[in-house]
Design a protein around this ligand. Structure first.
Ligand code: ARG
Length: 317
């Protein structure tokens, strides 16, 4: 069966054992041990609906400006061919935490980090430039967290992840799920992630044993992972992969680990895409405005609308 090809080929491309044959779909195989997020809590989370040569796939992403979505590089790379997906094969679902109530925005550009390679390793980050979206109740840009993320820090992961090889789209939870995760120790994490020096590097590693029964899972990839500081939520990472030391990718194993790309480590990559994307649209806008003036048309911004960029620019230390 070709549907969800991306999701179910990934464990194999990671060089990890493929899920046990005959594994049944159950609710505990989604974001594990989580609950449905309150409506409107995550207005920056988007779904990435992917058309692959042989089927479809689902990942998540986070709006960091009104036109830039950050996601995992492995989400935008064809798992069979190893090539970048074209913009027209990505539909970005925005405006609701309920998958069925989202509206779709077209992708215009896709940029995977130049150092990323399959099987999934470090630099698992990509940016998708979309048609600009207006801020509303369901749409806002997330602020990026640039501070330290020491061991034992509590993070919140969200996603529409699913794992059933037979359930297809019917096993997608419509409502965005969320769960807590705890950042692991340098000692344990360096056993799982080669070259792991600390959670302040390119990757954040979480250990399931620190909070049993909670984990992200297949289909959550690319979706944001958050930290709350002084009551404000910031984007800290994105879901990349997970398994135990034996390479078993079954989610939420007591001895399992999760690996999350640390967003702020890739600031210059983000700027290299987000800054020109903003400029291009600014040029388009002034061009449009000129034309409008010629036509003597006046159209004010709708009240209550604001530039989402302002939010996304914010950082904390
Ligand atoms: N690579 C997976 C995806 O494409 C995410 C897996 C996360 N797994 C885990 N055990 N934390 O959706």
């Amino acid at each position: 069966m070709y549907s969800l090809l991306l999701l179910f080929l990934l464990p194999a491309t990671l060089g990890l054992a493929v899920p046990r044959a005959g594994r049944v779909t159950s609710a505990d195989e989604r974001i594990i041990g989580g609950f449905a997020s309150a409506s409107g809590e995550y207005p920056y989370i988007v779904s990435l609906n992917l058309t692959l040569p042989g089927g479809t796939g689902l990942c998540g992403g986070t709006l960091i400006t009104d036109r830039v979505v950050v996601t995992a590089a492995h989400c935008v790379i064809d798992p069979e061919l190893g090539t970048l997906l074209s913009a027209k094969s990505i539909l970005v679902g925005v405006g609701s935490q309920n998958l069925r109530q989202q509206h779709y925005v077209r992708a215009l550009e896709v940029h995977a980090h130049p150092s990323f390679q399959l099987p999934v390793s470090s630099s698992d980050i990509a940016l998708v430039v979309i048609e600009p979206v207006h801020a509303s109740n369901g749409v806002k840009a997330a602020a990026i967290y640039a501070g330290h993320i020491p061991p034992m820090t509590r993070l919140t992961a969200v996603g529409w992840g699913m794992t059933s090889p037979t359930g297809g789209f019917s096993s997608v939870p419509n409502s965005l799920q969320e769960t807590e995760l705890v950042v692991g120790s340098q000692e344990d994490c360096s056993e799982f992630v080669s070259g792991y020096e600390s959670s302040d590097g390119p990757q954040i590693c979480t250990e399931n044993k620190l909070l049993l029964g909670k984990d992200t899972c297949q289909g959550d990839s690319g979706t944001g992972v958050f930290i709350t500081v002084d009551g404000k939520r910031y984007l800290a990472g994105l879901t990349s992969y997970g398994a135990n030391l034996l390479g078993d990718p079954t989610c939420a194993l007591d001895d399992g680990f999760g690996v999350y790309t640390r967003i702020s480590y890739f600031r210059s990559f983000i700027d290299s895409v987000a800054v020109p994307a903003k400029k291009n649209t600014a040029q388009d806008e002034s061009h449009k405005q000129l034309n409008q003036e010629e036509e003597e048309e006046e159209e004010g911004e709708e009240e209550g609308e604001e530039d989402v960029q302002d939010e996304g620019d914010e950082e904390v230390d």
